[in-house]
Design a binder for this molecule. Structure first.
Ligand code: COA
Length: 335
């Protein structure tokens, strides 16, 4: 991002989350595919993940937003923009943002869905921040929500145990304090990675047919090894680059807030930034990879546990399908 000279900053003033009650632990996966707890924990860091048994992505997004509204004076009718980052929208159209808008009663909002897979929350946060920093809008509700269980093949051991369902939300509000909020971002796409991680069927290229269903084209396909290599480098490089660009030393950074895809990728990124493990947010062990929800879920849990304080400098970073990747530098605003 080119640094702007906006009069306004966009700060996070509230957070919220929702995870479904049903837990799928590693032992459960031992009963449905050829795997074992030891392999899953050492190769991924995941111990359990959640599954939404009834309902859709919008239901988790709404519950996360309702959780957020319990903690702020801002009311649904005050919301001006809603962005929902997701790769599992309830339907192709209308946008999940419209469904959320109606359900929460955000009668004065406009909004849209944003598709950037595991980088979705970062792309949405930067988009929302730009709308607020420009002065055009006072606030923006940014939601990351994915019902990954709706597109995962539970007979494919390469993918099924990696993903979980969740929704999480942050409220961005305008402030004139230049020291708080979203300070900088570095975001990228590279379509040459499109066949390493994708869902082949259901779109205009391969519309749903008996054949696409028989060929399991409506499920996540991932070349894990190929993605792992680029994800480690992509997330570590971009996180180091945004620190350097903003003259941040490792001791200046309160936390790395990484996308939770694989503990080994998270560790490599933290190491590259010179951060000790206690400065790296982790909840992959309990939720797995919840795609667009991982980063706001970490922010919500760590904030509610009293681990983040006003003025803390955070580096958010992610890598995902597309490829998409990036990092955001933000200064936390809430006490
Ligand atoms: N249980 C047990 N063994 C398994 C297994 C499973 N679920 N899946 C694969 N294996 C086996 C493989 O068959 C292989 O055995 P072999 O050496 O005898 O052939 C071995 O374990 C290693 O497999 P590999 O695919 O090389 O594992 P990995 O170390 O690359 O880990 C992932 C697999 C998917 C966990 C890892 O590649 C990954 O996290 N990739 C990136 C994910 C990501 O960041 N995505 C982007 C954001 S969504």
């Amino acid at each position: 991002m080119q640094k702007t000279n906006n009069k306004y900053s966009a700060e996070i003033t509230a957070v919220g989350m929702y995870v479904p009650e049903k837990i799928m632990d590693n032992k459960y996966f031992e009963t449905i595919v050829d795997t074992n707890d030891e392999w899953i924990v050492t190769r991924t860091g995941i111990r359990e993940r959640r599954k939404m048994e009834f309902g859709a992505t919008s239901d988790m997004a709404v519950k996360a937003a309702e959780d957020l509204f319990k903690t702020t004076q801002v009311k649904p009718e005050d919301i001006e923009v809603i962005i929902v980052a997701t790769v599992t929208p309830d339907m192709f159209f209308p946008a999940t943002a419209c469904l959320v808008q109606e359900r929460i009663g955000a009668v004065n909002a406009w909004g849209f869905d944003l598709s950037a897979a595991c980088s979705g929350f970062l792309f949405a946060l930067q988009t929302g921040a730009s709308l607020v920093q420009s002065g055009a809008y006072k606030n923006c509700l940014v939601i990351g929500a994915d019902k990954m269980s709706s597109i995962v093949d539970y007979t494919d051991r390469n993918t099924c145990l990696l993903f979980g369902d969740a929704g999480s939300a942050v409220l961005l509000e305008r402030t004139e304090n230049p020291d708080l909020g979203v300070k900088d971002s570095l975001l990228h796409v590279d379509g040459s990675g499109k066949e390493s991680l994708y869902m082949k069927g259901g779109g205009s290229l391969n519309p749903a047919s008996y054949e696409t269903v028989d060929n399991k084209m409506h499920y996540v396909y991932q070349d894990g090894k190929a993605v792992f290599k680029v994800a480690v480098k992509g997330m570590a490089d971009i996180s180091a680059e945004i620190m350097e660009k903003n003259n941040l030393k490792s001791e200046d950074v309160a936390y790395l807030v990484p996308h939770q895809a694989n503990m080994r990728i998270i560790d490599a990124t933290g190491k590259r930034m010179g951060l000790p493990p206690e400065k790296v947010m982790v909840n992959i062990d309990r939720y797995g990879n919840t795609t667009a929800a991982t980063i706001p879920l970490c922010l919500t849990e760590y904030y509610r546990d009293g681990k983040i304080k006003k003025g803390d400098k955070l580096i958010l970073s992610a890598f995902g399908a597309g490829y998409t990747w990036g990092a955001i530098y933000l200064v936390w605003s809430m006490d």
